[in-house]
Write a protein that binds this ligand. Structure first.
Ligand code: PLP
Ligand code: COI
Length: 346
């Protein structure tokens, strides 16, 4: 039996026992294989190394208070991967194959599913990349699909719902207006790595990107979607260049059923002054409150032109906490799964 203290896990790589691999070659998928060898043998001319035909997913597996193991909305991740692969004009696994390989991966790493009391979960990382040798710029003909797992704790390393600070990114964009921001491509994250380092060096937990055309409207954080609470309303940006978050989609449903008005629309930077609660949301971050967002002309600059403050810097806002308790309650078996979002594995 594994002796990991899962309660000490943060969101970082942790070795597990096995991964699951399938290859699409010559127009057909091969059989998924489970292997303990984590080193892939990939041709150095594979497109993934050059032009980045690569997309990935992230989903969590929870052991509930009832001791049962469930995966959260894997069909949504399967569909989003198909959409990302479609943007790259490359093959993708069917919904059934995607879910099947996720289940195989969980079963092969069963001892790494953290116990309920630890507060941790098993994070699955499905990755799809172009693997045929190529030189010219074109879509990949052959692809490799790998599902791997790692037990994870909170993304920030702090206790869940601990508020953090963010900075607006005015001199680095994550995604162009008509670019790839709507898809979960590794390339989108490469775009934000340098800007993140600058923000982290200044002590900010998060970086909030704006629309690249006008820098007037809020898009999303580099790791997660944005949502705010304004009175009795849940507001989240409507933009073709943000990732359609499965957590945000679930929260919109929960918010509506809690009696909140739900608005998906443009949110200007100026409107930050009118929001009562602000959060990032996503699989890794769950709901992470922001108590302050600084506006700076440039990430390298000492100057802060304006700071927006939200609620008590020590505590998550009451509406966001209620949303958190509901979604996490469903994921961890504390509340009935009334939407049918959990795929039970035992
Ligand atoms: N936006 C970005 C840029 C992300 O990396 C993520 C994480 O997956 C999200 C949003 C949240 O999406 P989801 O809730 O599906 O995890
Ligand atoms: C996730 O929340 O699953 C992500 O992929 C975000 C980030 C850690 C890349």
């Amino acid at each position: 039996m594994d002796k990991t203290d899962f309660s000490k896990r943060s969101f970082s790589y942790y070795p597990t026992k096995a991964i699951v691999i399938a290859k699409y070659e010559g127009g057909a998928w091969g059989k998924p294989e489970i292997t303990a060898d984590f080193n892939l043998s990939v041709h150095c001319f594979a497109g993934a190394f050059h032009y980045a035909p690569e997309c990935f997913e992230g989903l969590k597996v929870f052991r509930g208070a009832d001791n049962r193991v469930r995966m959260f909305r894997p069909e949504e991740n399967a569909r989003r991967m198909q959409s990302s692969a479609g943007y790259l004009d490359m093959a993708s696994p069917s919904e059934e194959m995607f879910i099947q390989m996720c289940i195989m991966c969980v079963k092969a790493n069963w001892e790494f599913i953290p116990p309920y009391e630890s507060g941790a979960s098993l994070y699955l990382r499905p990755v799809l990349f172009g693997s045929n040798p190529q030189l010219g710029i074109r879509n990949a003909d052959d692809v490799t699909f790998v599902v791997m797992a790692s037990p994870v704790g909170t993304y920030s390393g702090a206790r869940e719902l601990t508020p953090g600070t963010a900075v607006l990114s005015r001199n680095f964009d994550r995604a162009a207006t008509y670019g790839s921001g709507h898809y979960k491509l590794g390339a989108n994250y490469a775009q934000s790595l340098h800007a993140y380092n600058l923000a982290h060096k200044l002590g900010y937990r998060e970086l909030l990107f704006l629309d690249s055309a006008t820098h007037t409207y809020i898009e999303e954080f580099g790791s997660s979607n944005f949502f705010g609470i304004k009175g009795n309303t849940y507001v989240t940006p409507d933009s073709g260049s943000v990732l359609p978050s499965i957590t945000n989609k679930s929260l919109r449903q929960v918010a509506a059923d809690m009696g909140l008005k739900v608005e998906m629309r443009k949110i200007s930077v100026a409107e930050l002054a009118e929001l009562d609660e602000v959060n990032s949301c996503g699989t890794a971050v769950v709901i992470t409150p922001l108590c302050r967002i600084d506006d700076k002309p440039a990430l390298e600059s000492e100057i802060v032109t304006r700071s927006y403050n939200f609620g008590n810097p020590e505590q998550c806002g009451p509406v966001s906490r209620k949303l958190y308790n509901t979604i996490v309650g469903i994921q961890k078996g504390l509340l009935p799964d009334k939407y049918g979002w959990c795929l039970f594995l035992d």
